[in-house]
Design a protein. Structure first.
Length: 84
């Protein structure tokens, strides 16, 4: 009898859980102009920082290429790739 009661309780819990999973959340409140401006400013700052990091990486790669190009291509492939 206990086993039957446990099975019924689990089945009821699963059924109610399935119904609760289909419930929709209310829509978020609309953003004010100040919130929109702050979000746009934050996105612009992130974009500028990303561009700065990209330019820095490209300059470093170009300097590395120029340095290795000046060294000549007489070395083996292992020394050209930096493997030891």
């Amino acid at each position: 009898m206990k086993r039957f009661a446990i099975v019924i309780a689990l089945g009821t819990g699963l059924a109610l859980g399935g119904l609760a999973a289909q419930a929709k959340l209310p829509p978020p409140p609309p953003k004010s102009d100040a919130e929109k401006a702050a979000e746009a400013e934050k996105a612009a700052a992130a974009k500028a920082k990303g561009a700065e990091l990209l330019n820095k990486a490209m300059d470093k790669a170009a300097a590395n290429y120029q340095k290795n190009k000046a060294a000549g291509s007489t070395g083996s492939a292992a020394t050209m790739t930096g493997s030891k």
